[in-house]
Design a protein around this ligand. Structure first.
Ligand code: G3P
Ligand code: CA
Length: 307
């Protein structure tokens, strides 16, 4: 189980150990270089790799015919032209206790998804960009950087046989994630997903994400020790760490890595002049192991001075 940043290792080096992560900070390109190109497209992933990402971050949803695709929302309407292309395919589902209307990816085949324009919403120069499959993202990363997929919305796929987690585990083995040439970790807001991955025998390092709603439970001194039973790292929203810097010590005591999300120019927290100063504070003052950012080019590799 390796936590070493792939660019520090050199892709293809043998797996190390959690304890051996060293001091190189881990740059996770959030949805690719998503400040500059439409999230989760080939353009966003390619730019992130060129900007020095250690990991690209595919959020995963699934199509009707069982393909893992890189898509943040469970629905296609925010980032594609699905509404124009398939106006009659809008549906309603219950998700996280709320009623959600839209064009759910799980109602579309991979061929249909691949026919959508996933770039024009971001800018006309990206017209015709396509949603990527997990396999395509891995192919792009192989030998160049790692992949850090997130299993999203498990409740949407609860009825699947085999289960979402079993399918992901099989796909990770097929794509040889975590082996020579493609370092990998996996993340989820769902504890159950990470426990199922552990029980399935997955050797990929697992990271539990949490936001403000779940923070109360995990910032307690004993919280991280509980997480250590099913994960090797935590991904708190950055605000949680600012409000509870003691979480760093609790996490260290439990042997957990810390990778907060999400840092982006234009959404900088109060008290920081710019996103680079903000990232520098988290990396070198709070001492996190890495972070998720939409601006990989601004990730500060040095505690002081230029990136
Ligand atoms: O996965 C870390 C971060 O990306 C969580 O937020 O909503 O962008 O997936 P989200
Ligand atoms: Ca994510």
């Amino acid at each position: 189980m390796s936590w070493l940043p792939p660019t520090a290792l050199g892709c293809g080096e043998p797996a190390g150990h959690l304890e051996a992560a060293g001091s190189r900070k881990i740059l996770v390109a959030h949805r690719g270089a998503s400040a500059y190109a439409p999230e989760h497209t080939a353009e966003a992933y390619e730019l992130a790799i060129r900007q020095g990402a250690d990991y690209i971050e595919p959020d995963l949803q699934m199509t009707r015919d069982g393909a893992f695709i890189c898509l943040h929302d469970p629905t296609l309407d925010r980032t594609t032209d699905v509404e124009t292309r398939f106006p009659e395919r809008r549906t309603t589902r219950s998700l996280d206790g709320e009623t959600v209307e839209g064009w759910f990816a799980v109602d579309f085949t991979l061929e249909e998804v691949k026919s959508l324009d996933a770039g024009s919403w971001f800018g006309p120069q990206f017209a015709g960009s396509r949603i990527q499959t997990l396999e395509e993202a891995v192919q792009r990363a192989r030998g160049r950087c790692g992949v850090f997929p997130e299993l999203k919305n498990p409740e949407l796929y609860a009825g699947l046989v085999p289960s979402l987690v079993a399918r992901f585990h099989a796909e990770a083995l097929r794509l040889e994630l975590g082996s020579e040439g493609v370092s990998a970790m996996v993340q989820s807001f769902s504890r159950a997903v990470l426990e199922q991955l552990r029980d399935a025998g997955s050797t990929l390092p697992r990271v539990l994400l949490f936001g403000a709603k779940e923070a109360g439970r995990w910032v307690r001194p004993e919280g991280p020790a509980e997480i250590r039973e099913f994960a090797q790292g935590i991904g708190p929203a950055r605000e949680i760490l600012l409000d509870h810097p003691e979480l760093m010590a609790h996490a260290r005591r439990a042997g957990l890595r810390v990778l907060p999300y999400t840092f982006r120019g234009g959404r900088v927290l109060e008290d920081f002049g710019d996103v680079q100063a903000e990232m520098r504070y988290f990396l070198y003052e709070l001492g996190v192991d890495g972070l998720f950012t939409d601006n990989p080019d601004l990730f500060p590799r040095n505690p002081e001075g230029s990136p």
